[in-house]
Design a protein around this ligand. Sequence first.
Ligand SMILES: [Zn+2]
Length: 135
Amino acid sequence: MKMKFCLSCSKELVGRSDKKFCDTECRSTYHNTNRPLHEISIQKINSALRKNRSLLAHFCPSGKSTVKKEVLIKQGYRIDLFTHMYPFKTGAYFFCYEFGYLPIKENGVDKMLIVHQQEYMNNLTYNPWSIKITK
Ligand SMILES: [Zn+2]
């Protein structure tokens, strides 16, 4: 019988002849180190968005709440990443999936007014070709 070796750690494999890895750990190590770069960056952004969503959900247990921006930043919230936005006349909500926030200022302190997405926010209220970024 032909000897087979783990594609990840090169240990000899015993058991089923179609085995390629010792265990699930070797399997995931192998796949993680052989993923194309773009997949890795997609994965990083996806996990950051997921983390953002979890933080918003954690700080907004009942539909609406206000939290200092610093508190979420310290927990690793990335304000540069969001899934979609809901602009209106005087501001814009930035969403990570079904949770979003409105950047507000109270007594000179940057805060996030966190909300759970409402039905009316599903409608596009802006034309992406006519947004002006001011700096
Ligand atoms: Zn192995």
